[in-house]
Design a binder for this molecule. Structure first.
Ligand SMILES: *Cc1c(COP(=O)(O)O)cnc(C)c1O
Length: 458
């Protein structure tokens, strides 16, 4: 028999979590205006709100914390981080920031002007926020296959070259400071982008003189999928694949809270010295001096170690296998999920799961609230509430997919937790015909409304 996957680590410390009653949960979520972000964490049994900054650090990372060098300038921890980033990405210049969106803020301050367009593959919400905040536009060029949630395609994060070329032709390089490739593509379901696709995007972009940047929060998971699914790379190491990908671009932003395997942090890495200097000025104003960027020396040290661990195959194998395990259980129960199963999360197609809840009443949010009430599991809506209103017309934007995301923190939960989540969803699925009402908004912010929106039952 082939041996099943097993985590290549064991436990050294545990954290207790509280198992509440359904009665408690019904009361709590109502008190919080049906916004899952508002819940205090002790009211959540299994927290799948995000895989961002919620993972467990290794003993080596905790060890690195103790040796963090807190010098204001030129700390050894920064040198170590820089060397690690240089080795993994091939990019020479490294600018730490306090998290991924801060990296976006710094890079976009240097590059994005009013009226610009930034093509890419389903830009992440903070990324789009930083683009629109500068009165520029994010244009989604993801392949159409990505929007059919049950269609099997190995690289649903890929960019459609015809859509991209149409944008290049319409706007020209004067209005397109760069194309942004998100690896893996979070908003389209944690779906990877192939090297083949990136090579083609690069060739096309070179023709039009447009640089390529990567939003690389999950670059290691993307590299894992490339190894598993792209024949050419099956014998490459994860580190080799990551390097091949980054070689095809001009720079990257990183949220270290994902594949950095730390709880806070981010960085920018670049090849171009001029751009580095320009970004450095914004970095100093917004984040802190060039060698710490809003982080403590110990954070930089833990990140250097985390990046090294996140780009090792056995870790990635266990990470992705855990998500596949949960996804396959749900498929077995007939629950409509995005396929193939993505890198960091399960995405449930809420329109198919709750066919009786109208689109205007937020089916994905409705399912998220049901799941919380059923089992104390917290997921997150990736649907109409997240999509915000159109900045010009102020109309609700209805994205092609209305999803409930269950993001799995790294190295945090067991297989038994996955079984528990699957049964909770099955119970709701079995009574889906009785659920016909969703929610309506009573208050919302102008931008990134999902974090603070208030809702009431329809
Ligand atoms: C998380 C994330 C960001 C933003 O990073 P933060 O660290 O949360 O600020 C940007 N892009 C992608 C793809 C992400 O997943």
């Amino acid at each position: 028999m082939e041996l099943p996957f097993a985590e290549p680590f064991r436990i050294k410390m545990v954290e207790e979590i509280y198992q509440s009653t359904r009665e408690e949960r019904e009361r709590w979520i109502k008190e919080k205006d049906y916004n899952l972000f508002n819940l205090e964490s002790q009211k959540v049994f299994i927290d799948l709100l995000t895989d961002s900054g919620t993972g467990a650090m290794s003993d080596k990372q905790w060890g690195a914390m103790m040796t963090g060098d807190e010098s204001y300038a030129g700390s050894q921890s920064f040198q170590k981080l820089k060397a690690t980033v240089n080795a993994i990405t091939g990019y020479e210049y490294v600018l730490p920031t306090h998290q991924g969106r801060a990296a976006e803020n710094v890079l976009f301050s240097a590059l994005v002007k009013e009226g610009n367009v930034i093509p890419g593959n389903s830009h992440f919400d903070t990324t789009k926020g930083h683009i629109e905040f500068r009165k520029a536009h994010a244009i989604d060029c993801t392949i159409d296959e990505a929007f059919d949630s049950e269609l099997i395609h190995p690289f649903k994060g890929n960019i459609d070259l015809n859509k991209l070329e149409a944008v290049y032709k319409q706007y020209g390089k004067e209005n397109i400071p760069f194309t942004l490739i998100t690896i893996t593509c979070n908003s389209s379901g944690g779906q990877p982008v192939s090297v083949d696709n990136i090579r083609k995007v690069k060739a096309l972009s070179d023709q039009y003189g447009i640089p390529i940047f990567f939003d690389s929060a999950r670059f290691a998971e993307n590299a894992y999928f490339i190894k598993e699914r792209e024949e050419e790379f099956k014998n490459h190491t994860i580190k080799e694949i990551a390097k091949i990908v980054f070689d095809l671009g001009d720079g990257m932003t990183m949220s270290s809270k994902k594949d950095g395997l730390v709880n806070i942090g981010g960085f920018i890495a670049l090849n171009n010295e001029e751009l580095y200097k320009k970004c450095g000025n914004f970095g100093i104003i917004y984040e802190g001096y060039l060698s710490y960027g809003g982080l403590a020396g110990r954070d930089l040290a833990a990140l250097a170690q985390g990046l090294d661990e996140a780009t090792e195959y056995p870790y990635l194998k266990s990470r992705i296998s855990q998500i596949e395990y949960l996804g396959n259980k749900l498929i077995e129960y007939g629950i409509p999920i995005q396929q193939p199963i993505g890198g960091h999360a399960i995405f449930i197609d809420a329109v198919k799961f709750l066919p009786n809840v109208p689109r205007e009443e937020f089916p994905a949010q409705t399912l998220g609230i049901e799941l919380y009430k059923e089992a104390g599991v917290r997921g997150v809506e990736i649907g109409t509430i997240l999509a915000d209103r159109d900045p010009e017309t102020r109309e609700n934007r209805y994205p092609k997919l209305e999803l409930l995301r269950l993001a799995i923190p790294r190295r945090t939960y067991f297989q038994s937790h996955m079984d528990y989540i699957a049964v909770a969803l099955k119970n709701i699925f079995d009574r889906r015909d009785e659920i016909s009402k969703g929610y309506e908004i009573t208050w919302e912010a102008d931008i990134l409304r999902h974090f603070t929106v208030k809702l009431k039952e329809k």
